[in-house]
Write a protein that binds this ligand. Structure first.
Ligand SMILES: [Zn+2]
Ligand SMILES: [Zn+2]
Length: 275
């Protein structure tokens, strides 16, 4: 079965580990946190840091990449053989990706939207998201098994809207990490400068609680919606949202569908595990 360990989520830093319990290896999505927090997160999640063989980069923003160079050197010293997966355009503009690739023994695997790649003993399908980065992506991760027996996870953060590719990729997953960044009213009435508010609200910004709830509603209405067991609200703003509010937005949709899945929330500083 797949496990999702979100070490940190939010505008100050992001990192999440995905592991198939049947596999030795594990993969890391993004590294916008320091090495110490990453290693502590691994230990807390029961994942050997040396088993992190693959790192997937969603996009080039620093809250997703800034710890990469130091963390990769640390993982390599612990014996990990790391491959970094990112799009060529993201690599081209990301200092931390380039820094990490300067570490001896670290390799690079370029991906594009629509690719299926092998990482951490799992299959990963890459889809495009809509965000104000040079390019941005989400992932559908599949574990061992065939057909309906295959365990699946969807990972979507840092997107201003749910692209059709993203919606398709999230269908029928058992574990779902879904951005619920802001409460629109809190953002509108909050202290952020006008242009920043417009950026966040735009189609290339971040998903609101309402947008996340609408997407969850759509997914539960699809064939395969019954597969869902856990959904976690991601990248929740500490300025323009409340953790409980983001979680409730998703829980209400589950209640509406009388769906037995549970809703939780990923925080900036406290790791959470979905198993
Ligand atoms: Zn971000
Ligand atoms: Zn971003």
């Amino acid at each position: 079965m797949l496990q999702l360990h979100v070490i940190a989520s939010g505008s100050k830093g992001n990192a999440a580990i995905i592991k198939d319990s049947a596999a030795e290896a594990a993969l890391l999505i993004d590294c916008g946190i320091c090495k110490r927090d990453l290693i502590a997160g691994c230990v807390g999640a029961g994942v050997d840091p040396a088993s992190l063989t693959d790192i997937l980069i969603t996009h080039d923003h620093s809250d997703h990449t800034k710890g990469l160079g130091v963390a990769v050197r640390g993982l390599t010293k612990l014996g990990a053989q790391v491959t970094i997966h990112a799009s060529p355009a993201v690599r081209a503009v990301s200092g931390p990706v380039e820094e990490a690739l300067g570490t001896e023994g670290v390799s690079f695997h370029p991906f594009r939207a629509g690719d299926a790649l092998s990482a951490g003993g799992m299959q990963v399908h890459v889809f495009r998201t809509s965000h104000d980065a040079v390019e941005s992506f989400g992932f559908r991760v599949e574990g061992e098994g065939e057909g309906w027996a295959k365990d699946t996870l969807g990972y979507l953060t840092d997107t201003g809207c749910v692209t059709p590719e993203a919606h398709d990729a999230l269908q029928g997953v058992r574990l779902l990490a879904l951005e619920a960044n802001h409460d629109v009213q809190m953002l509108r009435e909050g202290s952020y400068p006008y242009l920043l508010k417009q950026r966040i609200l735009s189609d290339r910004g971040h998903l609101s609680n309402d947008q996340a709830a609408a997407e969850l509603d759509q997914l539960l209405s699809c064939l395969g919606g019954t597969m869902l067991e856990q959904v976690v609200a991601m990248h929740v703003s500490q300025e323009n949202n409340l953790y409980l509010q983001a979680q409730e937005a998703l829980a209400q949709v589950l209640a509406l569908h009388q769906h037995p899945a549970s809703a939780s929330v990923a925080k900036q500083k406290t790791p959470i595990s979905l198993i």
